[in-house]
Design a protein around this ligand. Structure first.
Ligand code: ARG
Length: 286
């Protein structure tokens, strides 16, 4: 696989319409889906009656891992645990900023053992672990954009976790209400592109939350329902390279038009669990 990580050429940079984007090296945590399967249903994407192929899930995940390594990211791994099939969705393992790791406290009993497993990893790897009191699913519902934390609630993370995180992280937390069960985590409805830009799916939010998003991000990319239907917004950006679902064609076009470099990856097997690129990625900020 060849990935173009180069900065835009002088000719590209000279074009007035397309901004120059600068990649920022990322450090992330991932979990290989060695025990991935769908045996319970905690979101509308999951159907235990449908077969899953763990070997294929691992191969697709490996492509995402290789893509990140190719982009120069520092990729850390947490050992998967037998019996925790959703552990591959590392984004839910916590929220890490300024070397503090705010742990996850999962909504559904099927995932609750993941919280301590991730906190153990954070502690063993030099992070200052903050044990949560409130129910929250980590970076699945918290996105750091510039100096604010966009925070989802409605299906998983309790709104009380927003105040808890705000106190720990010392940052403004903006509460956004999710209303469509298919977009149950914030990272399924908003993609952070860089410190000032996002993409989002309007139909995933209630009116007051939409008003906030329109006001804060007037230049946001508005996702299409077609792309959202394959969790196309569930993507991960370094500020220039944006790793997205290979089938999210509208999103890909919009990103390119704005000077980003979309890189498509096929995670169809992990979509059976209701997750995509971002769900498999937890950003670590020292
Ligand atoms: N099956 C998992 C769940 O429902 C998928 C989690 C997806 N993660 C995410 N960050 N959106 O909890």
């Amino acid at each position: 696989m060849t990935i173009n990580t180069a900065a835009p050429t002088a000719a590209e940079a000279a074009s007035p319409a397309v901004p120059v984007r600068t990649p920022v090296k990322r450090t992330v945590l991932m979990c290989k889906p060695e025990f991935f399967t769908v045996v319970y249903r905690i979101n509308p994407w999951m159907d235990p009656a449908l077969p899953t192929d763990t070997t294929l899930a691992v191969a697709q995940w490996q492509t995402l891992y290789d893509t990140y390594v190719g982009l120069g990211f520092d990729v850390h791994l947490i050992d998967p645990i037998d019996g925790l099939p959703d552990m591959v969705y590392a984004a839910n393992g916590g929220f890490v900023v300024d070397n503090q790791a705010y742990g996850a406290k999962f909504t559904h009993v099927q995932r609750q053992a993941e919280g301590p497993a991730y906190m153990d990893w954070f502690g063993a790897n030099g992070f200052d672990v903050r044990v949560p009191v409130e129910t929250n699913e980590g970076e699945g519902d918290f996105l750091l954009v510039g100096d604010v934390i966009l925070a989802g609630t409605g299906f998983r993370s309790a709104s009380d976790s927003h105040a808890e995180l705000s106190a720990i992280a010392g940052r403004t937390v903006v509460t956004l209400n999710l209303v469509n069960p298919s977009f149950y985590h914030l990272d399924t409805a908003i993609a952070k592109l860089d410190e000032t830009n996002i993409a989002y799916l309007p139909s995933a939010f209630d009116e007051p939350s939409l008003a906030i998003l329109r006001e804060r991000y007037p230049d946001a990319i508005i996702a299409t329902e077609e792309d959202a239907a394959i969790l196309g917004l569930n993507s991960y950006s370094d500020g220039y390279n944006v790793v997205i679902a290979a089938r999210a064609k509208d999103f890909e076009r919009e990103l390119r038009a704005r000077g980003y470099n979309p890189i498509g990856v096929d995670l169809s097997e992990l979509l059976l669990g209701g997750g995509g690129v971002k769900c498999c990625t937890l950003e670590l900020r020292r």
